[in-house]
Structures are given as C-alpha cells and as structure tokens.
Design a protein around this ligand. Structure first.
Ligand code: UDX
Length: 453
C-alpha cells in the first residue's frame, strides 16, 4: 500500500452510527472532514460537539475535532463536496416491507453528489447495499459524464464498541475496478491505524491490540463480503437457539454445550450465545436483504430463511416457557422487563427483542413495567400503551411477580440474587440473555427460566 503524501479532504454523507463515527475518527487522524447531516435537530447536537446516540467514547472524540475545526458538520453538499477528493456514503438503508433493501437514500445521495463532485473524486460506499448496487451507481456517474472512481468499503463496526472496532479492526476491505483508488482508500485507514492509540486514549476506550488486515477485492466481492459476514454471525446465533430448544427438551445446558463446542478453534465461541435472538439495525435487515438479493438473482438462500424463522420464534418461545411455569398463566401477571436496548452498550432499540417481549406480554394481558438504563426514551416510540416505563430498575421491580432480563446490561446481570430479593417479591426470573448464574438463583429459591438451560 502506498503512503499518502498529501492528505485528502473528505466528505461523509450521513452522520448516523457509521458516518459520524467514521467522520470523527478520520478528523482526529489529521484529515479535514465534512459530515453532512440533513436532520436539523441532529445537526445541532453534532455541531455542539456531541453524538445524538449513545456510543462509548465518541462524544469527546467528536468534540475535539469540532473544536479544532478538523470536523465540520453541515447540511450543505455545496459547502463540502466540491472541496473533497474522497466522499464516503454512509446513508441509511432501511428495509422495504418485503424485506429487500430500500436504496432510496443511497441513490439520492449519489445523484446529489454527482452534480458537485470534481473529476477524479473517489466515491466510497460504506452503506450496506445488495451486490450489484455499485455497478448501478457507476452507471449513474457515467451517464453524468463524471470521471469518478467508485469503491465499496463495507463497514464492520458494532454499536457500543464502534470506536474500538474502527481503530482496532480485524480487516479493512476495499473493492473496485480502479486499483489506485482502492489502494488510496486503504491508505486513509492506514493513517488512522497509525494514530489509533492516541485517539482511543482520548475517548478512553479499550486499546487491546489487534492485527488487522487490509484486503483489496473486486467491487462485487466487497459488497458480498459485508452481508455474508453478518449473515454468518446471524446463522451462528440462530443455530445456537435451535440447539437451545433441544437442550431444553433433553435437560442439557446450552451454555455448557456451546462453551465446549466453541472451544474448537474451527468453530469459535463468539456468537454462540443462545437467548432472545438478534435485533438491532443490522442483522435482521441484512438477513432479509440477503434473502431478497438471492431471490432476485435466482438463488434461494433457504439456510438464511431458516435462520430468520428461528430468530423470530425466540421471544414467543421464551414467553411460552414462562406461561407453562405460571399457575395462572400470563394474563394478569405483573412483569418487570429489564432491558429495552437490542444489546448492552447502546441506546438503540431498533428491532429489540426486549421491546418485542414487553409488547407481546402486554398484548397477552400481563401488566408490564419496563426499564432500560439508557434506552427508555428511544423505546417509547415502539412500546405499546399497555407497557409502563419505570425510572429505575428498583421501580420496575417493586410491583413485579416475574422478572425478565432482556438486555445484558452489567447492572442487571452482575447482581446477586439478594438484589432482586430486596427490591421485589418476584421469585420467578427469566434470563432471556442466559447470563445469570443459574445455580445461585436456584439455591436462593428462585424459579430460574433460561433459554436452553
Ligand atoms: C453487527 C455486526 O457485529 C457488525 O460487524 C456490523 O457492522 C453491524 O451488525 P451490531 O448490530 O452492532 O453489529 O451488534 P452485535 O454485537 O453483532 O449483535 C447483534 C445482535 O445479536 C444483538 O441483538 C445481540 O444481542 C445478538 N447476539 C450476539 C446474540 O443473540 N448472541 C450472540 O452470541 C451474539
């Protein structure tokens, strides 16, 4: 990879989880970065040097770059694109009702940028798009007679550890027809890698070393790599959940099973945690997007359809286990749902299993009080009226007969049974994340309900 002799000015289109993290980190590595955010409320927050979502370490990194002028937040394409030689597209790709990816923002961002990019600009796609999208955007640029190089540069960061994942990556992938542009994009990350310790320290995030790889591929391979990686992780989770159902039926413990299965290096322990299934802004939509993309190319990805079915079944499966264990059933049961974020470390409640559990319980006639240390506000949008929100875990526990741990926040899973005894009379605890020490709860007199345990 060639070293950068002059540093490019960069525009990042879309300042969401991926765009804002990327923009703030690149700005701290010495690049001049414009971050375009059309939503005026969000733009105001970013300009004040903060993020509009919770992400560990990110705020101070944004503030540093805003204060020293290396990061400029704007809603203006005119102010940024003509001055940039690299444009990263990080706009949202929600899913259509049929599960396919909605590329409206991807195309409108490319069309608007096309009117302003100067020849030789490198247009880099970070949004997750189905294979073939890059070729269509290239055609769009060609129609406008634009000499722009298109590079696919899929994003692998996880919410909650976005800063660490971007700085200490397993791999950076860039794919495109123009080898020099692919190399240039990889070199931009190389500089970020050279500055990673000082940036991580600024955000006080983890600095555990990882030896990342730089991988140059063809355009279509790069596009397929991203969705394949997420689909495989989703597959691991659904596989574990399927085996968890069998473990329940044969009185085995899925945690013991997967600890031993995952000790085989060929398999690996990560993403074998059974529980309430995957949620969030990526896995559910990437899996349905991959299925739709397969179908539109004449390929039936049955294995992903099965993964999706298993995932959708998990909240219902857990509530059915609970119902079987309650003499009077779910109707009228007073339930505390602890955790509404789709996983710990984030305020994101998109497709959150905790929200699904709370809403389904309310529909079935239970009295539900829910609490999340960070995601209460965001969860409001999706919670049914029948679900009350508590201001603290204690308040949610106060009136409960049943406790459900739906997100693995340390303040829920690191407690001893004594904590739940003190704040609640409930003696039934549903561990929907399989993270409690089941023996200590059983010894303390709780009825412990896990998933495959
Ligand atoms: C994911 C990918 O990990 C990341 O590489 C990609 O860029 C975006 O999508 P994210 O959605 O932030 O990241 O969360 P992740 O940590 O992967 O978890 C996804 C979901 O799977 C969560 O709901 C999590 O609770 C669940 N999960 C994860 C399990 O149910 N079991 C596991 O073993 C691991």
């Amino acid at each position: 990879m060639t070293e950068l002799t002059t540093l490019p000015t960069i525009t990042v289109l879309g300042a969401g989880y991926v765009g804002l993290t990327t923009a703030a980190l690149l700005a701290n590595a010495g690049y001049k970065v414009f971050a375009i955010e059309p939503n005026s409320e969000r733009l105001k927050v970013i300009k004040s040097g903060q993020s509009f979502f919770y992400e560990d370490g990110l705020d101070v990194i944004i503030k540093t770059a805003i204060d020293n002028g290396s990061l400029v937040a704007t809603n203006s394409y005119e102010q940024s694109i003509p001055h940039s030689s690299v444009v990263f597209s990080c706009v949202g790709t929600p899913d259509n009702p049929d599960g396919s990816s909605n590329l409206a923002y991807v195309y409108s961002a490319a069309e608007e940028a096309a009117t302003l990019m100067k020849p030789g600009t490198r247009y880099v796609q970070k949004s997750t798009v189905p294979v073939g999208t890059g070729r269509e955007i290239e055609a769009l640029f060609q129609k406008s007679n634009l000499a722009v190089h298109y590079v696919s540069n899929p994003e692998f960061l996880r919410e909650g550890t976005a800063v660490y994942d971007t700085l200490f990556f397993d791999r950076v992938v860039a794919g495109g027809d123009n080898a020099e542009s692919v190399d240039h994009i990889l070199a931009i990350y190389k500089r970020l890698e050279q500055h990673r310790h000082s940036i991580a320290q600024l955000g006080t995030v983890d600095t555990s070393e990882r030896k990342g790889q730089y991988i140059a591929t063809s355009l279509n391979s790069a596009e397929l790599i991203k969705v394949t990686a997420n689909a495989f992780l989703a597959l691991k989770i659904s596989f574990s959940n399927s085996i968890a159902k069998l473990a329940d039926a044969v009185d085995a413990d899925i945690v013991e099973v997967m600890d031993a299965v995952g000790a085989d290096e060929r398999i690996g322990r990560p993403f074998l945690n059974a529980g309430r299934g995957y949620g969030g802004g990526c896995f559910p939509k990437d899996v349905s997007g991959l299925i739709a993309s397969g179908l539109s190319n004449g390929v039936d990805l049955e294995i992903m359809q099965a993964a999706q079915l298993v995932n959708k079944s998990m909240p219902g499966y857990i509530l059915e286990k609970l119902r079987e264990n309650l003499p009077k059933g779910l109707k009228g049961a007073r339930v505390a749902v602890l955790g509404l974020a789709f996983k710990a470390g984030t305020s994101d409640t998109r497709r959150s299993p905790g929200v699904a559990l709370a809403n389904t319980l309310a529909r079935l006639g239970a009295t539900v009080t829910a609490f999340d240390p960070i995601a209460n506000e965001e969860a409001c949008r999706d919670l049914l009226k029948g679900v009350s929100l508590a201001d603290s875990a204690q308040q949610a526990l106060n009136t409960a007969d049943v406790i459900i741990i739906a997100t693995e926040w340390p303040e829920f899973i690191d407690q001893k049974p004594r904590y739940y005894e003190e704040f609640s009379r409930a003696r039934v605890i549903v561990d929907a994340v399989n993270r409690l020490n089941k023996h200590s709860y059983i010894s303390a007199g709780f009825q412990y309900i896990g998933v495959g345990r």
